[in-house]
Unconditional design. Structure first.
Length: 308
């Protein structure tokens, strides 16, 4: 074999090796992204019992709810005054209804009935997939339907925290005027923004962008409704006559304040934004407990008065 022929053969082999190496790198990148995305969108712990707490400030009635798409949810009711608006509390990701007892105490002490549910894929509720509140819109709808069946003339406000805020927004278009107000605490703007925020927090600069791009690529394979997971877009489904209160932390790295501001801007005709400048994600009550409780209670009371 002549020297030029040998060089040509070596060149072809090197090109094939480079192509195979690149293919392997891309495949590993996408597989790793899929594994991570799949893990993040599945329930974090097996289904477990949520025992009824003994409360010094109220009694608790435990029951179960069935959703239209076949999930079974754990729920508690803390009864209150019939002349006060009730509040449906929705917890954040990785939590359950027990995580909202502090807020429930604040409301119950002021006389408001409080309904707490555990969203699908959490706690003692069924479900394996966590699509960041999109499917949980059915959970919100089931809770609202139960309340309206039991108390058709008593106003209801939905208070969602983080994941729960997204679930409330996604449900709003179908709920219409069954709900008299929304409190949205630390809502994220959309799935892509939430993913980018987390890659920035978890990974070094440069690496996080590569990881984010991989997650963008595999998102439709992991969540069939990935393109619809946008509280920013869904917020316009809240009727213009229904008041909305958005609570946001100025130091929140997971749901940045500009995301809350964007949602507020979308529905500002009937929305109020309360920004807690020094608060991180879900740390608003800790940063300024007095302002937190006053802001929420005044809003909830006002929502009840709109029906009088």
């Amino acid at each position: 074999m002549t020297q030029p022929a040998q060089k040509s053969k070596l060149g072809k082999w090197l090109r094939r090796f480079a192509a195979a190496t690149l293919l392997l790198i891309v495949a590993s990148w996408l597989i790793s992204a899929w594994v991570f995305a799949h893990q993040m969108t599945r329930r974090r712990s097996p289904l477990f019992a949520e025992n009824v707490p003994a409360l010094a400030w109220g009694s608790v009635e435990a029951f179960r709810l069935d959703t239209l798409d076949g999930q079974h949810l754990g729920a508690w009711l803390v009864p209150g005054r019939t002349d006060k608006s009730a509040v449906l509390l929705l917890h954040g990701i990785g939590a359950n209804r027990s995580s909202c007892l502090r807020e429930a105490q604040m409301l119950a002490t002021a006389g408001h009935p409080v309904l707490l549910i555990t969203l699908r894929a959490h706690g003692d509720s069924t479900g394996d997939e966590n699509d960041f509140g999109y499917s949980a819109r059915h959970d919100v709808a089931a809770a609202v339907a139960w309340w309206k069946q039991q108390h058709p003339n008593q106003p209801l406000v939905v208070w969602g925290q983080s994941l729960g805020a997204a679930a409330a927004i996604f449900a709003a278009g179908d709920l219409g005027h069954k709900v008299q107000g929304y409190v949205l605490e630390c809502p994220y703007q959309d799935l892509h923004t939430a993913t980018r925020n987390r890659t920035r927090l978890m990974l070094p600069e440069g690496v996080e962008l590569v990881a984010y791009c991989g997650l963008r690529c595999v998102a439709p394979l992991v969540l069939s409704d990935a393109s619809k997971i946008s509280p920013y877009d869904a917020a316009t489904g809240i009727p213009d006559s229904i008041p909305v209160l958005i609570l946001a932390g100025g130091q929140d790295p997971y749901a940045r304040p500009e995301e809350a501001q964007a949602i507020h801007e979308r529905i500002k005709a009937h929305c109020t934004l309360a920004l807690f400048e020094q608060a991180g994600h879900m740390q608003l009550a800790k940063a300024d407990p007095g302002r937190y409780s006053t802001t929420v209670l005044e809003f909830v009371d006002a929502c009840g008065k709109t029906r009088e």
